[in-house]
Each structure stands twice: as structure tokens, then as C-alpha cells.
Design a protein around this ligand. Structure first.
Ligand SMILES: [Zn+2]
Ligand SMILES: [Zn+2]
Length: 403
């Protein structure tokens, strides 16, 4: 989900009125665990091959049962404000699910109150229906976790019209059911997207953060704001998502001019490295645009403060789009008269679709988008969350189980 660590641009005004923007409330992830019985499962070894072999055997009806190994998971429970380390049984797949060995679980700010909605892993067990419904998934498949976890039912209006990011029946992974901060996790087969490459070609940490930090700006720019080749795009705030947005606009959507704006010079330099044509501080932005008669077709605001919204409204061209992706302030004030005079459109969007995740993974494979990510051990989960809350993380983080 789009939420960003630190204000990149000072917040100008604290008071706000309505404007219909999304507020940020999530259900704490706490799913009932499917605890396997001893007759279902036994001796799940820690090595992936052993686990795959044993689990596949058991699921296909093989007998032997002796015991089971537990796994580490970091989860919230009702009333908890911090995730806690739990020792749990390795889950067994329901008929339409797979179990994956988690290779990386992404962490982002919206995970305060969740248990990992970004993930990458290796399939180690298939539920009884999966071979028929998802022939592309096999034991050993390297997959990305599609966090919106849509129902994909034909009767679902959102899912049947390609808007599965908006499925009303979805129980988001890590935000309503157990997530990826665990050694293993069960998830619906329909929420697995095969990665177009090996773990050497695209690291699990990169895949994990791509499921949100690339997918969210991709959906925003491509599908919602429909950035066209040759257009001028301004990315306000080039932290984790904003940098990916610069690369998406330039390398995937063939924007003409991509401008990065941030207070941090290090971020501006990174933006230039990933494809920005111009990198400007907020103080320099308006003067530069005026002086060079640059009009902005689409502003993607990765901060979402009143200050950045007002700035976006001023610099966007008549007929242009201001797309709010960041959620640093829960409410923003709009001034309809000024916006009317510009025929300006304000957009917000949520995460991305499964098909877009397929495209995003291909773009990562093709080197068009290179997400920055830092790897940390899963066992340090609580510590890393503390660092994130304190604003000490410098980039996106993926938690890596030790297995
Ligand atoms: Zn996220
Ligand atoms: Zn649905």
C-alpha cells in the first residue's frame, strides 16, 4: 500500500477538510491457522527440497506420520500493537491453496498493524484442486505473492472486469490473513504469479518489493493516469515508490520528460540514475518550470501532504492530472474553483491488478525498473519495524527467513 516513511517536503498546513481521499485503516492480520493434524503431515524438514518432497507426498495421499516441525512467524493478534514472534506449525494447503517457502517478505509503512503483504517464495505444496485450476503452478515454482488476494470469481464485478485490485471479497494477504513474515505461508493459488526468471536472475527481495512498491506506481501511472508516450510527468517525492515511478514513466510508458522533485539531494541523484530527465528541489521547481515553459501533464504525488497537493495543483497543466499516491496526511483540502479553472483531475488509486503484476515482474526482469531493497533477517522483524517507525530505514526492506 502506498504510505511513505518520512515527509519529503514540509507540511504546510495541518488543518484539513474533506476531499474524499482514502483514509488509512487496516484490519490487523490475524487469521485462524490451519494447524495440520499429525495424520496429515509429518517431518517437515527445513530444507526446501526435503519439505517439498515430503509435503507433496503427504498431500498426494502418502501415509507415514510422525510429527511435524514448527516455523517462525511474526504476527499481530487482536489487541496487540506490535507483531510478535510465534512458533507455529507449517500450514497445510486447503484445496485451492498452495504453501510456499517464503524467500522474502517485504516491509512497508502500511505494515504497521499487518504481518507482511509483499512476498516471494517457492511453492512446496499444492492443494488438491490446484493442479487442475493452475497448471502453471508446480512444486518448486518461484512465485510472487499478489497481495490484494482477489476472489477472481466470474460473479464478481471487480474481478470479472479486470479490477481485481478492488475486489470487495478480498482478504488482503498480511492484512486480514497471515502474511509473508514467516518461514512458510499458505495462500490461494490464484494469488500466486510465477516469476519470469530464477532467484539468481531476480532476487526474492526484489520480487517481494515489486509486488507493491513497483506495482502501486505502475497501476497509478499506466492504468489510472494513463501516461502517454511523450508526456511530461512530475514525480513528487522520490523515495522507494517515487524512484520506481520515475523508471516506470521513462522506461515502461515512454514519457517524454520525467522530472523528479525531492528535498533530499541523494534521492535526486538516484532519480537521475534511474531515468529522470530533471531533478529539482521543491524550492527550485516552480521557477524552473516557468522559466523553461514546461507544463506537466501528470503529477504523481508520493507524499500526499497539503503542501505537495497545493504545489501539484499549481504546476499541473490545464487539463492535467494530479495523482495522489502517498498518504502522509489523512485528509486534504481542495479548492474547486482553482481546479475548475484548469479542468484539473485529481486521482487516487489502490495497489494494482494481477495482470499488472505480471507486467511489472517482466519489466523488472528486462531491467526497466530496478527496485532498491535492503535485505534483513526475518528474525530481526521487530527490530526492523522499530527502525521503520523511527524513520531510520533508508530504503525498502525485505525480511529474509533463515530456513
Ligand atoms: Zn507494501
Ligand atoms: Zn472479486
Amino acid at each position: 500500500m502506498p504510505l511513505y516513511t518520512q515527509p519529503k517536503i514540509p507540511i504546510a498546513r495541518p488543518t484539513l477538510a474533506l476531499n474524499g481521499l482514502r483514509t488509512h485503516t487496516y484490519t490487523r492480520g490475524f487469521a485462524t491457522l490451519r494447524r495440520p493434524t499429525v495424520t496429515q503431515i509429518q517431518s517437515l524438514h527445513k530444507s526446501s527440497t526435503a519439505a517439498s518432497r515430503i509435503m507433496s507426498k503427504n498431500i498426494s495421499g502418502s501415509s507415514s506420520t510422525n510429527g511435524q516441525e514448527s516455523m517462525v512467524a511474526f504476527r499481530f493478534a487482536p489487541g496487540w500493537t506490535e507483531p510478535h514472534r510465534s512458533e507455529l506449525s507449517i500450514p497445510m494447503p486447503q484445496p485451492n491453496e498452495v504453501v510456499i517457502k517464503v524467500l522474502a517478505g517485504g516491509l512497508c509503512h502500511s505494515d504497521v498493524g499487518a504481518s507482511g503483504h509483499e512476498g516471494a517464495g517457492e511453492v512446496i505444496a499444492l492443494g488438491s484442486n490446484v493442479a487442475a485450476t493452475h497448471p502453471d503452478l508446480k512444486v518448486g515454482s518461484y512465485i510472487a505473492v499478489f497481495g490484494p488476494n482477489a476472489c477472481f470469481e466470474a460473479s464478481c464485478k471487480a474481478c470479472s472486469t479486470g479490477k481485481d485490485n478492488l475486489c470487495p471479497n478480498a482478504v488482503w494477504i498480511g492484512l486480514g490473513r497471515d502474511g509473508s513474515w514467516a518461514d512458510y505461508m499458505a495462500l490461494p493459488a490464484s494469488s500466486c504469479v510465477p516469476v519470469p526468471g530464477t532467484t539468481q536472475e531476480i532476487s526474492p527481495a526484489v520480487v517481494a518489493v515489486a509486488t507493491d512498491a513497483v506495482l502501486t506506481p505502475y497501476h497509478a501511472l499506466k492504468t489510472c493516469s494513463k501516461v502517454q508516450p511523450g508526456q511530461t510527468v512530475l514525480c513528487l517525492g522520490v523515495g522507494g515508490l517515487g524512484l520506481n515511478a520515475v523508471a516506470i514513466a521513462k522506461n515502461c510508458l515512454n514519457a517524454g520528460t520525467v522530472i523528479a522533485c525531492d528535498m533530499r539531494h541523494s534521492s535526486l541523484n538516484q532519480a537521475l540514475e534511474v531515468g529522470a530527465d530533471l531533478a529539482l528541489t521543491p524550492e527550485a521547481l516552480e521557477g524552473y518550470l516557468k522559466e523553461h515553459s514546461i507544463s506537466i501533464d501528470v503529477v504523481a504525488d508520493f507524499c500526499g501532504t497539503q503542501h505537495t497537493f497545493d504545489l501539484s495543483s499549481r504546476v499541473v497543466a490545464p487539463g492535467g492530472i494530479v495523482h495522489i499516491v502517498g498518504l502522509m496526511q489523512p485528509k486534504l483540502e481542495i479548492t474547486p474553483l482553482e481546479m475548475m479553472a484548469k479542468d484539473m483531475t485529481v486521482k487516487v488509486s489502490f495497489w494494482g491488478t494481477k495482470q499488472e503484476l505480471v507486467e511489472v515482474l517482466q519489466a523488472v526482469k528486462d531491467g526497466k525498473v530496478k527496485p532498491h531493497v535492503e535485505e534483513r533477517p526475518l528474525v530481526d522483524c521487530e527490530k526492523v519495524i522499530e527502525e521503520m517507525k523511527a524513520g531510520h530505514l533508508r530504503s525498502r526492506v525485505a525480511l529474509i527467513p533463515s530456513h
